[in-house]
Design a binder for this molecule. Structure first.
Ligand SMILES: Cc1cc2nc3c(=O)[nH]c(=O)nc-3n(C[C@H](O)[C@H](O)[C@H](O)COP(=O)(O)O)c2cc1C
Length: 164
């Protein structure tokens, strides 16, 4: 155990401490110059029930930052436990749509057919968040498909196990 003040000298330890917070895993999709693009994200968080608002945090260092931070419409797919490989593929490559079934929605957003839940969003605002931005979206359509979620904890993918 170590107690420390986060600084530019110990970002790895800070990241490791943050990684003790288990999350689900999402792929966020949008269109860029008419082509479908995606990014794997675990900073997704619900914000408000009424109005229906959610947020996520794109890293400013990402090559995909401008595309995703400025997207007026996008979709957030909460991944199923069988989708580890897809999560890894979209972490590396924004254009991995040949690895999954998908279709366009009415707003021209690519929707991945398989997910445990999906939120089709319209961008509301973007806020400075240090080396990330905080993008808030209004949920235009939500879907709950059921199934078991993919989890991320301590830098590893895994499954959810309910308390016995
Ligand atoms: C489980 C997981 C969660 C991630 N969460 C985020 C996130 O919340 N925000 C973000 O900008 N990138 C996140 N990433 C990294 C992106 O998926 C992507 O790898 C990164 O933006 C590099 O993209 P680039 O090659 O376009 O620069 C995550 C990756 C993984 C594997």
């Amino acid at each position: 155990m170590s107690v420390f003040e986060p600084s530019s000298e110990n970002t790895r330890e800070f990241r490791n401490a943050l990684g003790r917070f288990g999350t689900g895993v999402t792929i966020i999709t949008t269109a860029h110059e008419g082509r479908p693009v995606g990014i794997t994200v675990n900073s997704f968080t619900s914000v408000s029930l009424d109005p229906a608002l959610v947020l996520w945090a794109p890293a400013k260092a990402s090559l995909r930052f401008n595309t995703f931070e400025s997207a007026t419409h996008y979709a957030i797919h909460v991944l199923d436990q069988s989708q580890t490989e897809l999560a890894c593929q979209f972490a590396k490559d924004a254009e991995k749509f040949d690895s999954c079934d998908w279709h366009w929605n009415d707003q021209g957003v690519p929707l991945i057919d398989k997910a445990v839940a999906r939120f089709e969003c319209e961008r509301v605002s973007s806020h400075d968040g240090g080396d990330h931005a905080i993008v808030v979206g209004r949920v235009l359509r939500a879907a709950n498909f059921g199934g078991e979620p993919l989890m991320f904890f301590g830098g590893e993918f895994g499954r959810f196990q309910g308390a016995a």
